[in-house]
Design a protein around this ligand. Structure first.
Ligand code: HPA
Length: 259
């Protein structure tokens, strides 16, 4: 294995990486702002070690709301630190009753309903870039996650369309019906523009969504952030097992390798 630095972006409920030996913090300056990674090493069972940069997306104290996250600084910092593959986690609501809380979904498409966040690195005048987004998530990294799930014995739904809302409010029942009618499988507030920015810089990025609740109006109960945190907590073990197996897959071979 060549030297590889894995980037992990932890979503709601993911503030550390199980099995990761932490070595300290790595500050990084970008033209969009400062980012501080938790830096660590994962010792794989084949004797190889994998460098890991971990970034809790909402801050280590969950203080940054989805529409205020500095997505450009985060992705620019991962790029300048040489990270790739990158695996992100995201807590999501489900738009389908057959995707109940506790299911893990490896995203393969998104629908963008965000409105007010900086969403591109190419916003200057003088250079016009249109980035292909046909398949926004990196197939090589998705493949590593699929293999990792098999290795860890974790049940994984291997594709799903993520609807990204602006937040920070949850959806209305009508929005959830519309998103489902449009072909969405899960709904969250953060994966766009993160995935887009990674693609703009050519970084191999995939995202793992953990269903924490049924979408608004599918169940009669009002949604709360506490419910989302409780569901993340209940599934910490399987998420940790999957991320550990992901490091094992990276250590075992070509991080961009196909099946
Ligand atoms: N909607 C939006 N974001 C979410 C949800 C939801 O139902 N659950 C967890 N994150």
């Amino acid at each position: 294995m060549d030297d590889v630095t894995v980037g992990i972006i932890g979503g709601t409920g993911v503030y550390d990486v199980p099995g990761l030996e932490l070595e300290g913090q790595l500050p990084r300056s970008t033209e969009y702002g400062e980012v501080t990674f938790n830096k660590g090493t994962y010792e794989a069972s084949n004797g190889a070690s994998v460098d890991v940069l971990f970034l809790p997306r909402h801050g280590s104290d969950h203080s940054i709301p989805p529409h205020r996250i500095n997505y450009r600084a985060n992705i620019a910092a991962l790029a300048s630190a040489g990270a790739g593959p990158i695996l992100a986690t995201a807590a999501v609501g489900s738009l389908r009753e057959d995707l109940p809380p506790g299911r893990l979904v490896l995203l393969d498409q998104f629908l963008d309903f965000t409105r007010s966040r900086p969403s591109t690195f190419f916003d200057g005048i003088g250079r016009v870039e249109h980035t292909d987004m046909t398949r926004p998530y990196d197939e090589g990294v998705r493949c590593l996650v699929t293999r990792a799930a098999r290795r860890a014995g974790v049940d994984l739904v291997d594709r799903g369309t993520y609807v990204c809302t602006e937040g920070p409010r949850f959806e209305t029942a009508a929005e959830v019906r519309m998103f489902a009618d449009l072909g969405g499988d899960v709904v969250g507030m953060t994966n766009v523009p993160e995935v887009v920015l990674a693609r703009e810089l050519g970084l191999p990025y995939a995202a793992l969504a953990l269903v924490t609740n049924l979408g608004a109006g599918i169940s009669d109960d009002p949604l709360t952030h506490e419910e989302v945190l409780e569901a993340m907590d209940a599934n910490r073990r399987q998420l940790g097992a999957l991320v550990g197996a992901f490091f094992e897959e990276v250590a075992a071979g070509d991080p961009r390798g196909e099946e």
